[in-house]
Write a protein that binds this ligand. Sequence first.
Ligand SMILES: [Fe+2]
Length: 366
Amino acid sequence: MIWYVMLAVIFAAEIAGIVYWQLRAERRGEQSQTKRWVKSAVLLAAAVVWALLAVYDKENAFIVLLHLFVFLLVGMCADGVFSLIRKKKVKGSACVWAAASAACLIWLCLGWAAAHHVRRTDYSVTSTKAIGQDRLRIAQITDTHIGTTMDGAGFAKKLKDVSKAKPDIVVVTGDFTDANTSREDMQRSCLELGKLETKYGIYFVFGNHDCGDEGERSFTSAELEAELERNGVIVLRDEGVRVSDNVYLIGRRDASEHRENMRKLTADIRPTDYLIVLDHQPNSFTEESQAGADLVLTGHTHGGQLMPLPLASRLLPSFFGDADFMYGKRMYGSTACIVSSGMSSWEFWFKTGTVSEFVIVDVEGP
Ligand SMILES: [Fe+2]
């Protein structure tokens, strides 16, 4: 319902803007009647295309319209500023319209490419603890949201690059699925994930959508868990597992669920263990660092997903109180904490100001 309300509001704002612009152009005597008819026909065609998109996918229709509105608003403001500077009215609102619309189209195309192209992001961390080998390579996959920008077959293609990195461990840090994921795509994705060859296995923690969207799709989180385990993926729900003689891994329940605190989860580990923590949401780094974690891997934020959020999170980090930070790697004491922007995104086909990625972490031994 909220999406329809937002759609109605932005559509009304768009119509008001168009009417204002037409009246302004008429007042300035910028356009002949023929030009106004052509412009109206173009606008009508755009409205029909948008309406079809709204029927197909209301969330993405809203995003397209919102971007168009912002670009046109910026164009109008720029037009006004130029008029003031030159102290005369600029006859060219049609040009401003065309430039703003073209810039919006290019921006959204770049955003679409950023959401659909998955790149590899590398981090290197140094351990003062022995890890039993010179280098431990971890591949992190997160926020695939199967069904938004990739289906099961698309996920299989993206996994080829993960496989080429030859990781020792693969970890999946949640929101593997959401309300848009079909049972077939979920099964295909679990199958493909289980095919990855590793030295120490594939580990999985749930995200808020994996466990929270049950009522909106055709499978439960228990069925997802069973499918993962059928394909050899180890699901951790507030559980720890010894990966090797020197490395211990803890997978936490999502912060939206009732979960154990880190003190309890780390009760049995040895002080010499290199401790890796998987946590879907990046909002417990202080607790995890104080509990002795050496490396924490998270996702959930999608790197802010759409401008201006990625930029605002860098300039005003305290404004986004829920997440400790939105993207990248930071040290909390001696703990390396990583937030990935994920392989895909929630609902939207676009990512602007951020990337789609899988992460490779090389832990270098002492
Ligand atoms: Fe999430």
